[in-house]
Design a binder for this molecule. Structure first.
Ligand code: SF4
Length: 281
């Protein structure tokens, strides 16, 4: 496994353990300003513990430890600042053979791991908002903001379709994961808000605070569906999500969607040796 993936796994382990410990010690995952130093201590203890099991050169471990601790310090500060009522609730959610799409002659099942799921619940425990959090080594920021802005400004239909395709490539995975989460945890009629947050954890992106954190999926789905008859309204967000997934897989089935394999994704993919679409050096 490449260093890139090894470090990715360490960061994911750190976030998972951090929130689980915060929940165990403080009874909530909502980060509060007055507890900041306690969160730093929890993060430091977890990082030391994780790195004590790594077989790397001492100097590399010192650098990695410094990177993880300072990133975590900035991360905690920014989470305190933007704290809202959709709270981290589930971590490293794994699923296998989830049937995402079915017709008479085709069944598509997916496997996946969702880094974090945040929920907002009413007093009676019903989930009203769901957010998928994807931890990223670097921020998406300008690239995604730009696509969305360009779609709003563009009038040429071919350019709009090209931009939508870019949007689709970025968001297909979180859209599918969101469908799994809504099905697994929620009473569908009560969902008010579905979103995806791309949470960067590298020090540079965290420091400049421009990373694109929380994206309302109803906006994305609305953009992607806007050439069809589906209209997103306050009360049909979930059915629009389902319609959109149907639309994507129909097109995939008909061979109308392109694939864009990427080296860093394919090299870490369990299907690499048997996949005919994989990245070829
Ligand atoms: S190896 Fe195939 S399935 Fe895996 S990421 Fe690459 S293109 Fe996708």
């Amino acid at each position: 496994m490449s260093k890139y993936f090894e470090h990715l796994i360490l960061y994911h382990e750190m976030f998972e353990k951090f929130y689980k410990k915060v929940l165990a010690y403080h009874g909530t995952t909502k980060l509060k300003k007055e507890k900041k130093s306690e969160y730093y201590n929890i993060a430091t203890e977890i990082i030391d513990n994780i790195l004590s099991n790594q077989n790397e050169k001492e100097i590399d471990l010192i650098i990695l430890s410094d990177e993880m601790k300072s990133s975590m310090k900035i991360y905690i500060e920014s989470e305190i600042e933007i704290s809202d009522d959709i709270l981290p609730s589930e971590f490293e959610v794994r699923f296998n053979d989830y049937e995402i799409y079915k017709t008479n002659d085709l069944s598509i099942k997916i496997n996946g791991i969702i880094d974090r799921v945040d929920f907002k619940k009413c007093d009676n425990g019903v989930i009203t908002s769901a957010r998928i959090v994807d931890y990223k080594p670097s921020a998406y920021k300008d690239q995604l903001k730009k696509i969305i802005e360009d779609i709003k400004k563009e009038s040429n239909i071919d350019n709009i379709l090209r931009l939508k395709k870019e949007l689709l490539i970025e968001y297909l995975q979180p859209i599918l994961y969101l469908d799994f989460i809504v099905n697994k945890y929620s009473y569908l009629d009560d969902i008010e808000y579905l979103s995806v947050a791309f949470s960067a954890y590298n020090r540079k992106d965290l420091l400049n605070r421009e990373y694109f954190r929380d994206i309302d999926m109803s906006f994305i789905i609305k953009e992607l569906l806007s050439s069809s008859d589906d209209k997103i309204t306050e009360d049909n967000r979930y059915s629009s999500l389902k319609n959109y997934i149907g639309y994507v897989f129909n097109n995939m089935h008909l061979g109308l969607l392109d694939h864009f394999p990427e080296e860093k994704l394919c090299l870490g993919c369990p299907k690499y040796s048997m996949c005919s679409y994989s990245f070829k050096a």
